[in-house]
Design a protein around this ligand. Structure first.
Ligand SMILES: CC(=O)N[C@H]1[C@@H](OP(=O)(O)OP(=O)(O)OC[C@H]2O[C@@H](n3ccc(=O)[nH]c3=O)[C@H](O)[C@@H]2O)O[C@H](CO)[C@@H](O)[C@@H]1O
Ligand SMILES: C=C(OP(=O)(O)O)C(=O)O
Length: 436
């Protein structure tokens, strides 16, 4: 089992480059299923386990997917299978995003039902409600959801009860090839939705309003493969911004779009962090004493739930009380117990975590409970006294490319090891020898 060992005490300095966004590339790959003619070529594709998983899903369906460096070539012009087995959905919930494209192109899709996960129950009722409104019959049973429409999906007016990112994407894709006009109201406004709409429009689709609360889609008869560059990963960028501030360092996060991170930037400035925004980069200078703040996670443009645990690490080094309220997922506080193992003063009250800072963090062996918690624990390890050992790295590898290499490039003392404790001892002893 692999582990990461972080030795606390080094400030981060230098520049780090962000990858293409995981949460943009996954729906874009799913949308490529709809290209019945031509090949799609995607650029700035992050080399992540989740990209490999969704590529496998497409290959299972008889789609040719070729990966080379940061490019993905997708050819979906053959006759496709319209089913996805459980093993793929279990690894990655975003596999449900193939439902909309398959239903739109073939009038049939069968996908394993995603279960709950470490951050909440994550139902897909809003996706299914929308497909039904477009004329699909839905059957849920034996762990699968099957959607069927005798002829073509028909455009409809759909109001989402929650502005779900996945439901907005799935329904936008289904509507792209439906007959007539679909209007999705109370939809999600995340930048990844806009990236997906731009991609579908390049393919020949007709979508307006992406990035607002109402999206209007005129269905077209077919879509073609095109070239598309994935937007930068705002969550990866935000993770490095927080890491820089926690360590008290000075880091230029290159390739980030400042507008996509305005809620994080505002909160970090409120804490006393110096942030300079440029056209395609953000400089973070963690100078002096930081003040505790309150945040509430919300759909975009509110504070992202995917930065909540990393931000919690920052509040642990700030002076005073911080209240972090999670409103997007009902159970995204599993990392609080792990932070407490590192000597953080933190408790959960209902949907809020209350952090008393500054904590004198201590290294400990901690388990990553989800993808962002993995990054958050590593960030806390940057300032903890001694060595922090982070396990369950499968979560980290779903969403971060070369995380420890990038941190090491900024001056962190961090190693990934694949063996058990003797190697850990060796890493620790080497460091002691170097520092004495
Ligand atoms: C691959 C991807 O892009 N993942 C992101 C996406 O996940 P995902 O698309 O799964 O998240 P949603 O926006 O759908 O979920 C938001 C909330 O809506 C609820 N809900 C959702 C759908 C539904 O049919 N019914 C329902 O009740 C969920 O349980 C959750 O409480 O957006 C989340 C919220 O920003 C991010 O944390 C994830 O990183
Ligand atoms: C929760 C996340 O992703 P997913 O929806 O793929 O689980 C995330 O990126 O933090």
């Amino acid at each position: 089992m692999e582990k990461i060992i972080v030795s606390g005490g080094n400030q981060l300095h230098g520049a780090v480059k962000v990858e293409g966004a995981k949460n943009a590339v996954l729906p874009v790959i799913a949308a490529s299923i709809m290209a019945s003619e031509g090949k799609s070529t995607l650029y700035q594709v992050p080399d992540l386990a989740d990209v490999d998983t969704i590529s496998e899903v497409l290959r299972y369906m008889n789609i040719n997917v070729l990966k080379s460096n940061n490019q993905l070539m997708i050819d979906a012009s053959e006759q496709l299978k319209t089913e996805t087995p459980f093993e793929y959905v279990r690894k990655m919930r975003a596999s449900v995003l193939v439902l909309g494209p398959l239903l739109a192109r073939y009038g049939h899709a069968k996908v394993a039902m995603p279960g709950g996960c470490a951050i909440g129950s994550r139902p897909i009722d809003q996706h299914l409600k929308g497909f039904e409104a477009m004329g699909a019959e839905i059957h849920v049973g034996n762990g699968y959801v099957e959607a069927y429409v005798p002829e073509k999906l028909v455009g409809a007016r759909i109001y989402l009860d929650v502005p779900s990112v996945g439901a907005t994407e799935n329904l936008m894709m289904a509507a792209a090839l439906a007959k007539g006009t679909t209007i999705i109201e109370n939809c999600a406004r995340e930048p990844e939705i806009t990236d997906l709409a731009n991609y579908i429009n390049q393919m020949g689709g007709k979508i307006v309003g992406a990035g607002t609360e109402t999206i209007r889609i005129e269905g077209v008869p077919s879509l073609q493969g095109v070239e598309h560059t994935i937007i930068p990963d705002r969550i990866e960028a935000g993770t490095f911004m927080v890491a820089a501030a926690v360590s008290g360092g000075d880091v230029l996060v290159e390739g980030a779009i400042p507008d996509h991170l305005s809620s994080l930037t505002a909160k970090m400035r409120e804490m006393g962090v110096r942030i300079e925004e440029y056209e395609n980069s953000i400089r973070v200078v963690g100078n002096g004493e930081l003040r505790g703040v309150d945040i509430k996670t919300l759909p975009y443009p509110g504070f992202p739930t995917d930065l909540q645990s990393q931000f919690m690490a920052l509040t642990m080094v700030a002076k005073g009380t911080s209240v972090i309220t999670e409103t997007v997922f009902e159970n995204r506080f599993m990392h609080v117990e792990e932070f407490r193992r590192m000597n953080a003063i933190a408790k959960i009250e209902g949907r809020s975590a209350i952090i008393e800072g500054p904590s004198s963090l201590q290294g400990a062996e901690v388990a990553a409970t989800d993808l962002r918690a993995a990054a958050a624990l590593i960030i806390a390890g940057l300032v903890a006294e001694g060595h922090t050992i982070v396990t369950e790295l499968k979560h980290l590898d779903r969403g971060y490319v070369n995380f420890e290499e990038k941190l090491r490039g900024l001056g962190a003392k961090i190693e990934r090891i694949s063996e058990e404790s003797d190697k850990i001892d060796q890493v620790i002893n080497d460091e002691i020898a170097q520092s004495s």
